[in-house]
Write a protein that binds this ligand. Structure first.
Ligand code: G6P
Length: 614
């Protein structure tokens, strides 16, 4: 939800800011803007639309200066137009602010400021910040740092901000609470950004600011970190592991396609060093410290959103089937407001690619207060959810930039499988040979995905060509493949804007069957598993109503070959891992359909990758 980037140093800021904003566009792309200090003035350029639209506008004017801030927006308060785009300035245009998050008490603050004569130009919550800082500067006659600090003490809600002022043209202030902020430290230059992607090519030295921390950056290369309560903080500088090539397209037309093709590696990286398939053992260092508590838990509650929720639903099948633990899967947004019955013995697993999803973060804070042990399954190292968790297991999928999640999902499922097996091994709910068989199969998943990618692309393109103008799609699956059907439908609607519904195949007869006619494509996940016969019956039900079946099957499935018009084959594996393999062709199908419909695959309308607002 909104990306922010800022620079102070000897270089020209504009190219650094624009490049950074492009990398952060996955966080929002409703509007973009930059502000630089240029010849004792704040030079402001902002535009509705993408960063490329901002560039066009900027090319008509002069944007020079070596201190500047930039923002790409996902609208919350106020429609996505030029006026509401960040940065926001105070009335005499001497202060500029960019903000990611929501100032929850903005309405009350705005009313007060208006009473005191402040005139607001935009409908945003952010604009209160810049006027508040302006007022404090005038009344207190203090430094910019103190004015920002005092202003932040008056706001509630979430923020990551960067502030510049003409009164201190060699200083920049950053601060965060609830929204991420990273500080990059170069040679006499500094960067502020929502994540490491705008920083990585300039420096590997970073500091992850914590909630209620702020930083003053000076052009002479000095900086100071403190809390908004004015306590000094000694900085902990970390080395970035991110590499530039990880966040570039590497020859692919879209990040999404690159990320689909990266899955053999992202799964391999996520299980590497955690398995001994000869011995049939699993090593998850992150869980060891809490072993007794985890093994004695009567219940696991999984909280997550979006695609991560689908991984959570799959984990319910995994944990119950393999580790014999009771599992409840919750939409974080519902869980946190529902007054759920939570026991201090419960274990809460928070699944999140970004590690920043506001609802998931709030859900775990609530469970923590009730005494639960919180385990995070996240992809972004050092993000808020792992930091708020007691322990957990990272997925090592690498940066995921396409807004629709692909490789993060399959990495989550792989890691959750390991967690279920880790418990099963220690609780003795499976025999060593059963565990060993799944581990061997898990190690084979990367090569099986490679095979699927090699064999199925042309065929999937043909199917996409036939159905890309459809108005609806139905996705059906049973057992382990029901969550994968939901995820397949979500992928299609996210990037192609076709209405798609995922359903348990046997539930179809209680409603969706009424939708089926010769126009309706029905994607059926029909792997060769313990309920294969049942899914064949469901396919029969679709065929009898002239639905167009697209079946995901294992090789040479004679019966399904007879029934389904369109077949995509995936390699055979054990039942609990089959949804990983089935997900890959579904990702490709939605990718090619979206492409044929001319949609923006990597940045679908209205969505954002990192949802830091509730
Ligand atoms: C957004 C993204 C989805 C993602 C969801 C949860 O909606 O567009 O791709 O699944 O947030 O995000 P998380 O980072 O918590 O997995």
């Amino acid at each position: 939800m909104c990306g922010i980037v800022a620079y102070i140093g000897p270089k020209e800021a504009y190219p650094i800011l624009v490049k950074g904003l492009k990398r952060l566009e996955y966080r929002g792309y409703d509007s973009a803007g930059i502000a630089l200090i240029q010849n004792n003035e704040i030079r402001l350029v902002k535009q509705k639309g993408k960063v490329s639209d901002l560039e066009l506008l900027a090319s008509e004017t002069s944007v020079v200066g070596s201190i500047g801030i930039g923002h790409t927006r996902w609208a919350t308060h106020g429609e996505p137009n030029q006026v509401n785009a960040h940065p926001h300035l105070n009335s005499d245009e001497s202060i500029a602010v960019i903000h990611n998050g929501i100032i929850e008490n903005y309405a009350a603050l705005k009313e007060e400021l208006q009473k005191r004569g402040y005139i607001f130009k935009s409908d945003t919550d952010t604009e209160v910040l810049v006027h508040l800082i302006d007022e404090i500067l005038k009344i207190e006659k203090c430094s910019l740092k103190d004015a920002v600090r005092l202003a932040l003490n008056e706001v509630s809600g979430a923020y990551a901000i960067a502030v510049i002022s003409l009164k201190e043209p060699n200083t920049m202030i950053g601060a965060r609470k609830g929204s991420p902020l990273i500080l990059g430290i170069g040679e006499n230059e500094f960067f502020i950004a929502s994540d490491a992607t705008p920083v990585v090519e300039y420096t590997k030295k970073v500091i992850y600011l914590k909630d209620e921390e702020m930083v003053e950056l000076n052009r002479d290369g000095s900086f100071e970190i403190l809390t908004i309560h004015n306590e000094a903080i000694s900085p902990k500088i970390q080395e970035l592991e991110l590499k530039l090539e990880m966040i570039e397209k590497g020859g692919y037309e879209h990040f999404m396609l690159k990320e689909i093709f990266e899955q053999p590696k992202s799964i391999f990286d996520s299980i590497r060093g955690r398995i001994d398939s000869n011995e049939g053992t699993i090593k998850l260092g992150g869980l060891e410290e809490y072993k007794t508590r985890i093994l004695n838990a009567k219940r696991i509650i999984i909280v997550s959103c979006g695609t991560s929720w689908h991984a959570g639903l799959l984990a319910e099948y995994l944990f119950e089937d393999l580790a014999r633990v009771n599992v409840e899967v919750e939409y974080a947004s519902e869980f946190r407001y529902r007054n759920p019955v939570i026991d201090s013995d419960d274990i809460v697993i928070a699944i999140s690619q970004s590690g920043e999803t506001a609802d998931t973060l709030a859900a775990i804070e609530m469970a923590k207060q009730k005494g639960c042990l919180i385990l995070g399954v996240c992809n972004v190292v050092g993000s808020s959810i792992p930091r708020a968790s007691h322990a957990g297991c990272y997925t090592h999928a690498g940066p995921e930039i396409g807004v629709a999640s692909t490789k993060a999902f399959t990495a989550q499922v792989s890691v959750l499988t390991l967690m279920a097996l880790w418990i099963a091994e220690r609780k003795g709910t499976m025999t060593p040979s059963e565990i060993k068989q799944i581990l061997i199969e898990l190690e084979n998943i990367p090569s099986k995905i490679e095979k699927t990618l090699e064999n199925s692309v042309d065929q999937i393109k043909d199917i996409a060509k036939k159905f890309y103008e459809s108005r609806n799609f139905l996705y059906l699956g049973r057992g382990y493949n029901f969550p994968a059907a939901l995820e397949g439908a979500l992928k299609l609607k996210e990037i192609s804007y076709i209405h798609a519904e995922g359903y348990p195949a046997a539930e179809m007869k209680h409603g969706p069957i009424a939708l089926i006619d010769e126009e309706m494509p029905v994607v059926v996940l029909a792997n060769n598993d313990s309920i294969h016969e049942k899914i064949i019956n469901n396919i029969q039900e679709v065929v009898a109503r002239k639905g167009q079946v697209i079946a995901i099957t294992t090789a040479n499935d004679v019966e399904i070959n007879k029934l389904a018009k369109h077949i995509i084959e995936v390699p055979e594996t054990v039942e609990c891992l089959s949804p990983i393999l089935a997900s890959v062709p579904l990702q490709l199908l939605s990718y090619y359909i979206a492409l044929m419909r001319g949609c923006n695959v990597d940045q679908p309308r209205n969505l954002a990758k990192s949802v830091t607002v509730e």
